[in-house]
Design a protein around this ligand. Structure first.
Ligand SMILES: Cc1ncc(COP(=O)(O)O)c(C=O)c1O
Length: 398
């Protein structure tokens, strides 16, 4: 063997390739398209939050914080969850600060899934779930949301596939991953859905991972129904959230996991040797900012205004709008457009939309392992009004 050659080894994640988000963002940049693809705000966060982080840095809070996160931030999270969802998570025993939602998800999966265990996910699903399960040696069992179609065959909404979920649960099921509000469809679970899930898992040993990173983006006066609001589910759940989504700082990658002590104990064993802890000044800044509840209570109105503005503009096009009760994503069915491109696959339609119309979107088919075409694409409306206006002008030419 050539000693200068890198030895080969079997990939741990042979299926993983460049994600559609990277592909579409690169295409958008190349064609100077307006990027409504990847989910991040194009407006700044509150200067107050930056000032709090700066103050923490200048106060020399720059060394390792405790492994589980600083007490001020964990206390604030405990208080927030109690106020919003009525469940007490002990700040010391139950709450861990993570490097964003993604690290929380991977760490939770690694902490409880052993080789051969089954993990149920509901597709379309956020792209980190599958690789996390694979790294743990688990087996992904996917069930798909039921697609509800209208009288002319266009997608109207999505429903939780209760029968498929019930059939998928068996003694090998270690974990069920749910996501509400849901990326990419914007769908939200209600109280009856949580009850139904609790009924399904009651006499099983299945744990739940509830990805609630969009918890503060629920509209039209509705409430977010967290697993924390359901004592039976809370007793077997990892609850995941992310400050990146809530405070418009996706690049900071700070989030948290709340879970009962038995789950948190195992979670922290992995967390300790995964990242050990999360950067100190951000934690102090977030703790101080979190103490003013208005900063997250204002979020539904803020994003609802953007959603309504974007939907009003899209209603001037031939796209069929799907309901958006939550998240900052708007899905549309493009099969209603009277153009030859409406017959393209979702990926090809998005590429065409980016290069020829100048607006980037994400194909919903990319959230399934087996390509599942339904003629639906996802736009992100976490953008300045001017960005949305410019995108709408282009989309209205269709
Ligand atoms: C459903 C879902 N879960 C988790 C995350 C990850 O959050 P973070 O950026 O905090 O890692 C995202 C980000 O897009 C998401 O959409």
């Amino acid at each position: 063997m050539n000693p200068l050659e890198t030895p080969s080894f079997p990939s741990r994640l042979p299926q993983v390739e460049t994600t559609i988000f990277t592909i579409m963002s690169a295409l958008a940049a190349k064609h100077e398209a307006i990027n409504l693809g990847q989910g991040f705000p194009d407006f700044p966060c509150d200067r107050k939050l930056i000032a709090e982080v700066n103050a923490a840095m200048l106060a020399d809070r720059n060394q390792y914080p405790p492994m589980i996160g600083i007490a001020e931030l964990r206390n604030g999270i405990s208080q927030k969850i109690k106020n919003l969802y009525g469940h007490h998570y002990d700040a010391d025993a139950d709450i861990t600060i993570t490097a964003g939602g993604t690290q929380g998800i991977l760490t939770a999966v690694l902490a409880c899934v052993s080789p051969g265990d089954e993990v149920i996910i509901i597709e379309p699903a956020y792209d980190s779930y599958r690789p996390s399960i694979a790294l743990a040696g688990g087996k992904t069992i996917s069930v798909s949301l039921n697609v509800v179609r209208d009288e002319i065959g266009q997608v109207a909404s999505y429903q939780i596939p209760w029968d498929a979920l019930a059939n998928a649960i068996n003694p090998k099921t270690r974990l069920i991953i749910i996501n509400t509000p849901h990326n990419p469809t914007g769908m939200v679970w209600d109280k009856a859905d949580l009850d139904r899930l609790a009924n399904l898992v009651r006499n099983t040993s299945a744990l739940i991972l509830s990805d609630e990173v969009y918890e503060h983006m629920v509209y039209d006066g509705a409430q977010h129904h967290s697993v924390a609001s359901h004592p039976e589910l809370a007793a077997r759940s990892f609850l995941i959230s992310s400050f990146g989504k809530t405070y418009h700082v996706t690049g900071w990658k700070v989030g948290y996991v709340a879970a009962p002590p038995a789950l948190t104990k195992e979670f922290r064993k992995v967390h300790q040797f995964n990242v050990f802890t999360v950067n100190t000044p951000m934690q102090y800044g977030l703790a101080s900012y979190l103490s003013d509840a208005e900063h997250y209570l204002n979020l539904p109105a803020f994003y609802q205004a953007k959603r309504d503005f974007f939907r009003a503009g899209l209603s001037q096009t031939k796209f069929k709008l799907l309901p958006t009760p939550g998240t900052y994503f708007q899905c549309v069915d493009y099969s209603s457009l009277n153009i030859p491109q409406s017959k393209l696959s979702e990926v090809d339609f998005c590429k065409w939309l980016t290069t020829e119309v100048g607006v980037a979107a994400i194909p919903v088919s990319a959230f399934y392992e087996q390509i599942t075409e339904s003629g639906v694409i996802r736009f992100c409306f976490a953008k300045q009004d001017q960005t949305l206006t410019n995108a709408l002008q282009r989309l209205q030419t269709l």
